[in-house]
Design a protein around this ligand. Structure first.
Ligand code: FAD
Length: 384
């Protein structure tokens, strides 16, 4: 019997755990998940929490009962270090041995890289951030706002939704003030392709959201934001996604990667460690880091890890990087984009009123039905 340990229980960790549960007969191999959070949080809906449309409870799933029912051991604790030579994971509570490991620790928000961002800025990337922003929005009486994302961020979508939601709220409440959008990419929403860039730019223009980009952020202050080129942008409400880095607990595996991400092959196996797979934001791939990509990578990792354990000669799977998301445009319309990033396999962009509904249905299925988190329906089988 092998001990398979999964670090993290977000989109990637949870998918890997339930995919492996389906592949192994009960009692054949032990599956252990270690994560600091007691709940799975459906992060795509944190924008709705910040704007008072949902509560944290609406978008959370308690993990302990789910894993207990599936016969998966769940340790809720802080992971401190991974030793690939000794095959151990150090946690705050104990040392855990593994035969096979999946690292799915997500990203760390590196506030410290931008002075003033933690103190004067807001983010929708965490539960605490969304609740703090909710309070700031309740107190917001208008004035210039800066929305966007900082250098080294690999998830842009939430910032677009925040800018559009803020614009809608200011119009409804007759609040005066500008919204300036900042981001470091050569074009607005560059990974989504030329057509999506044009459409979103036009929507921003219509809603009088001014994009300044590509720009990097130097520092954030109570009433302005300083860009790396020295410009000062007035802002009494700054909502900027902080730079992303790999979690400190995976630093030893990251070796000298400048942002502590873990390098893998397309089979999701760590390049220097044959018993370790990686999935989700922890992976060093360029381009968008999404719940969608995290789940696809976790499926590949679970498949290949199971082959390793059984010694099967069946073909190994390879991950094909693709982004897929619905941008809620805040006026009842939504923009769906699915796009292969390493080849030209899919290039879909659709605008319509059905997309916000489809997005809400996906959230409902994730949080309130056993579809993903118990039956392990693979994301690769869901085509919006
Ligand atoms: C506001 C917002 C909107 C988004 N919208 C979309 C969208 O529409 N579509 C989409 O596909 N993606 C979206 N994303 C991106 C998506 O949420 C992330 O890409 C996804 O959560 C990454 O999954 P993950 O499993 O890699 O990491 P995470 O979900 O971050 O999970 C990390 C796990 O690791 C655990 N962990 C980390 N460090 C430690 C430690 N030291 N010790 C113990 N446990 C630890 C955490 O507890 C957690 O369980 C959005 C993100 C945000 C913030």
């Amino acid at each position: 019997m092998a001990r398979v340990v999964i670090l993290g229980s977000g989109f990637a960790g949870m998918t890997a755990a339930f995919q492996l549960r389906r592949k192994f007969r009960r009692g054949s191999h032990q599956i252990t998940v270690i994560a600091r959070d007691a709940h799975f949080l459906y992060r795509p809906s944190l924008v709705h929490v910040a704007f008072g449309k949902k509560s944290l409870k609406d978008i959370s799933v308690p993990l302990a009962p789910l894993y207990a029912e599936a016969g998966i051991e769940f340790l809720q604790t802080e992971i401190v270090d991974i030793d690939p030579e000794a095959h151990t994971v150090s946690t705050q509570d104990k040392l855990v041995y593994y035969d096979k490991l999946i690292v799915a620790l997500g990203e760390r928000l590196a506030f410290e890289e931008i002075p003033g961002l933690r103190e004067f800025g807001h983010t929708v990337c965490t539960a605490e951030g969304a609740m703090k922003l909710r309070q700031a929005l309740d107190e917001f009486g208008g004035g210039p706002a800066v929305v966007g994302w900082a250098q080294n961020v690999q998830t842009g979508g939430p910032a677009f939704e925040v800018a559009l939601e803020l614009n809608e709220r200011m119009e409804k409440q007759l609040l005066l003030g500008s919204i300036t959008f900042v981001d470091p990419l050569p074009k607005l929403w560059a990974p989504a392709g030329e057509k999506a860039t044009q459409l979103l730019s036009q929507i921003f223009q219509e809603r009088r959201i001014t994009r300044l980009g590509p720009v990097q952020i130097q520092s954030v202050h109570r009433d302005h934001v300083v860009l790396a080129d020295g410009r000062e942008i007035p802002s009494v409400l700054t909502i900027v996604t902080p730079p992303f880095r790999g979690e400190p607990a995976q630093k030893r595996l990251a070796q000298n990667h400048p942002r502590d991400w873990l390098e893998t092959g397309r089979d999701m196996r760590a390049i220097h460690h044959p018993d370790i797979y990686v999935a989700g934001s922890a992976v060093a791939f360029e381009g968008p880091k999404q719940g969608h990509t995290a789940m696809l990578q976790a499926e590949v990792a679970a498949h290949n890890l199971a082959l390793d354990l059984t010694g099967s000669a069946a073909p190994r799977r390879e991950y094909d990087h693709e982004m897929s998301c619905v941008l809620d445009l805040g006026n009842g319309q939504g923009l769906f984009v699915r796009r292969s990033l390493w080849n030209a396999r899919h290039q879909t962009m659709k605008l319509g009123r059905q997309w916000p509904w489809a997005k809400a249905a996906l959230e409902y299925a994730f949080v309130n039905t056993p579809m993903f988190n118990k039956w392990a329906v693979p994301m690769s089988k869901i085509s919006l």
